[in-house]
Design a protein around this ligand. Structure first.
Ligand code: FMN
Length: 169
């Protein structure tokens, strides 16, 4: 990891099948970031939606309660948000996070993993983060098929450039 010039960096991600997690870990390692995984609470009651993708089905509230949300996000200079694409949008835990936190004036970078139908996932996230500065976006198409190590390394290189652009605007 290179020195990040004392910038405080946070990587927040959700991952169901670990691809986004692998990339998030690589980005955090590269940028010296704190790493935070969003974990939805499994509840027996409440709204339940079946999300389907190629034979895989996941039942989750579209706005699930989270085990925890990141502490003091306002203290960070740069925040990466990473999500798999679900139903052509970001995964439900991000709906919960973005609805429950008000971020202003932060440098924010977005990454997602998907299998070819990413819809307008970044635009939807950007709409929720409209008071912040979007300093980068990157999507990883089929990170397992194309090699998760390869994708994670691409994520690492991207993250290095994003951080550099924040340190030396
Ligand atoms: C419930 C569910 C819904 C999905 N919906 C989409 C979709 O709309 N478009 C797409 O390209 N991929 C979709 N996928 C595939 C994931 O985005 C892709 O496999 C991603 O890399 C998984 O990330 P993860 O390993 O971090 O969970 C879906 C996967 C699941 C489990």
């Amino acid at each position: 990891m290179e020195s990040n010039n004392q910038k405080k960096v946070l990587v927040v991600y959700y991952s169901y099948d670990n691809s986004t997690k692998t990339i998030a870990e690589m980005i955090a390692n590269e940028t010296g970031a704190d790493l935070f995984e969003l974990v939805p609470l499994e509840e027996s009651g409440g709204k339940r939606v079946k999300y389907m993708w190629e034979g895989e089905s996941v039942i989750m509230n579209p706005n699930p309660r989270l085990k925890a949300i990141p502490d003091k996000m306002e203290d960070y200079d740069l925040i990466f948000f990473g999500t798999p694409v679900w139903a052509m949008s970001y995964a439900p835990p991000f709906e919960s996070l973005l609805n429950s936190t008000r971020l202003y004036g932060k440098n924010v970078a977005l990454f997602c993993t998907h299998e070819g139908l990413m819809g307008i996932v970044f635009q939807e996230m950007i709409n929720k983060l409209k008071d912040n500065k979007i300093v980068g976006t990157i999507d990883f198409y089929d990170p397992v098929g194309s090699g998760i190590e390869y994708a994670a390394k691409a994520g690492r290189n991207w993250a290095r450039h994003v951080l550099k652009s924040v340190i030396e605007p």
